[in-house]
Design a protein around this ligand. Structure first.
Ligand SMILES: Nc1ncnc2c1ncn2[C@@H]1O[C@H](COP(=O)(O)OP(=O)(O)O)[C@@H](O)[C@H]1O
Ligand SMILES: [Mg+2]
Length: 601
């Protein structure tokens, strides 16, 4: 499933866009960039001094004019030993500072986009691609764009100055060289376009390989238990071979580009040698000017040929820039949508004033993923101090209903209101400060237990953190770890069990003391002792507001005040556990079949 980056913009547009983002984020990059350009232009333009010095030196030697030869030598000395190295050092230093700063700034922009974008932009991506973009693509894009723009400037300047100088010294010779170089350079155009395509295929193959490696790490246990080791090794070598094939093609094209440049150099030098010989023998050109042509040709060819190497670097850089643009174009979560024109101050004041009549109302809510209509006309109302159990077969739309409630997604039609105001009108941070979520797959970060819990409320002190851990039944486990609360949970939380992960996630939610607590199958990995503990958590949390819990466990469901039985995206039945059991309807039948399936339930 390699992701081909669609290239819509022209080369120059991508480069300009990247430079613009760099400068917008940090104004000091503008003057750093200008200094780099200025240094490049000055050192390129002064190349003519070398040619002139060489010409004077040779003519002085030929004519035995010591003073003239000496002044040529002095010019060469000043340029080669003093001026060029100092300017070169300055330019290199500024470039490195510029690219290092820009790299950091763009990485920050990319991270911000990842943190603030709508959830679906992340779930649709392989995480290895995001990693690659942040860790590799940004640096390569910045480096390539700075190098190429600098390269173009210095090539153009040195060519313009040298060409003008040579034109003054011998127009027929100059014309010959210009024709040969321009003619042969035409050969490069199709090669460049071939390289562009080949490189983009190489990158796609590389990405596919990276994604596969990541799957092999994340799915390590499954690969072993399903005896897929050989299979995975084979697929990896196939993918690696594909990548090698693609990269072989692009490197063949790249070396053809280098060969064409070699041919241009050889043809130009041969022309200068033969035609220059003819002119010199016939007394139409002095030896110094002939040498100046050789040197001038080399000095102009050098940056131009460097440019064609840089050009392939730039095409790579552009592809990396496109990855970055794609990432920063992720749509952000809407902070607040004002339908009724309520200001945030009004909304908060309304919320504070009506704290006691806290209620959440779903009115005819529909939701679809693309063409798949997942929720159809959901309507119900819950008031303060209520625990709602959301029950139903897998795929019924339970998690989706919770996602609507935390504003990961928005209803396609209908509305969800909190105290009569649409939840999407609330400021996102304010609204989320009222909620806490224990997701179906508990998330544990690679940091200490302490930090893992404290993410629930960064203002909470150690006492509150320990208290939450105790309520969630994870305190004793943490205290038995080597460094207690400061023990670090390893990557992918392999050093703690599924149940411990779930309890850690619950402790984080409790710390938040939310008005709306959302639990998605919180007891799926818990034994009956911890299940009772979760039921107690639900009982105490509903005193502060409302609890929504998706569960298959009888004890959890039976303890709820209201049951929403969802099937096929609709509310099939709604009522208290006693009412639904007495009704002997769909819920009753489902409970019977569930308890037959699982003796524990
Ligand atoms: N991100 C998504 N993109 C597309 N379809 C999805 C997505 N998440 C869930 N679905 C689909 O929506 C339906 C309901 O899913 P979900 O709400 O997770 O069910 P439940 O939690 O009841 O098991 C399923 O058919 C599922 O395939
Ligand atoms: Mg679910």
């Amino acid at each position: 499933m390699g992701i081909q980056i669609m290239i819509k913009e022209k080369n120059s547009a991508s480069a300009l866009k990247l430079l613009k983002i760099m400068v917008n984020k940090d104004k000091s990059s503008l003057w750093k960039l200008l200094l780099v350009y200025a240094a490049a232009i000055i050192s390129a333009s002064l190349a003519v001094v070398r040619i002139h010095g060489m010409r004077i030196l040779i003519n002085g030697t030929v004519e035995k004019d010591i003073e003239m030869a000496y002044s040529g030598l002095l010019l060469l000395f000043c340029f080669n030993i003093l001026f060029a190295p100092v300017l070169g050092f300055f330019e290199e230093y500024m470039s490195q500072r510029l690219t290092a700063d820009a790299n950091q700034n763009l990485q920050e922009i990319a991270m911000e986009s990842i943190i603030k974008c709508r959830i679906e932009y992340l779930t649709g991506q392989h995480s290895s691609e995001l990693l690659h973009t942040i860790l590799t693509s940004i640096a390569r894009a910045v480096d390539g764009v700075v190098k190429i723009t600098k390269g173009i400037l210095s090539a153009v300047c040195s060519a313009a100055v040298v060409i003008f100088y040579l034109f003054l010294k011998g127009s027929s010779m100059f014309l010959g060289i210009a024709l040969i170089t321009a003619g042969l350079s035409l050969l490069l155009i199709p090669l460049f376009s071939k390289f562009k395509k080949a490189y983009s295929r190489e990158e796609a193959a590389k990405h596919e390989m990276e994604a596969f490696v990541q799957d092999a790490v994340l799915g390590a246990e499954v690969i072993r238990t399903y005896s897929m080791k050989e299979n995975f090794a084979r697929i990896f070598s196939e993918k690696y071979r594909k990548f090698l094939d693609k990269s072989k093609i692009s490197s063949i094209i790249n070396s053809s580009i280098i060969n064409v440049k070699f041919i241009i150099g050889l043809a130009g030098a041969l022309f200068i040698f033969t035609y220059g010989w003819f002119l010199t023998v016939n007394g139409k050109m002095d030896a110094g000017t002939l040498m100046a042509f050789f040197l001038g040709f080399w000095i102009t060819m050098e940056p131009i040929s460097r440019l064609s190497v840089l050009w392939s670097d730039f095409l790579e850089a552009r592809l990396h820039a496109q990855r970055f643009f794609k990432l920063i174009d992720f749509e952000q979560e809407a902070v607040a949508i004002s339908y009724a024109g309520n200001s945030q101050t009004n909304i908060k004041a309304h919320m504070e004033a009506h704290k006691e009549e806290f209620r959440i109302t779903f009115k005819d809510v529909c939701f679809s993923y693309g063409n798949n209509q997942v929720l159809k006309g959901i309507s119900f109302e819950v008031r303060e101090n209520t625990a709602v159990a959301i029950v139903g077969p897998s795929g019924a739309g339970k998690t989706t209903l919770l996602n609507l409630l935390v504003r990961f997604v928005r209803p396609c039609s209908g509305s969800i209101t909190l105290n009569n105001i649409d939840i999407n009108e609330y400021d996102l941070d304010y609204y989320r400060s009222l909620t806490a979520v224990v997701p179906q797959e508990p998330v544990v970060f690679s940091t200490s237990f302490y930090n893992n819990i404290s993410y629930g409320n960064l203002k909470a002190g150690p006492g509150e953190i320990v208290n939450s851990a105790k309520i969630a039944g994870i305190h004793d486990f943490i205290m038995n770890c080597k460094d207690g609360y400061y023990s670090v949970v390893s990557e992918r939380a392999v050093n703690i069990s599924g149940g411990e992960r779930q309890r850690l996630s619950i402790a984080r939610a409790i710390l938040r003391n939310p008005k709306i607590l959302i639990l998605d199958e919180p007891t799926s990995s818990l034994d009956s002792y911890n299940e009772t503990l979760v039921n107690e958590v639900i009982c105490s949390a509903k005193k502060a507001g409302v609890v929504f819990v998706v569960s298959h466990r009888m004890s959890t469901i039976a303890g709820a005040d209201v049951i929403l039985f969802i099937d096929g995206g609709k509310i099939a039945e709604i009522g208290s556990p006693q009412e639904l059991m007495a009704a002997r309807g769909r819920y009753y039948k489902w409970i019977i079949s569930e308890s037959e399936d699982s003796p524990a339930g």
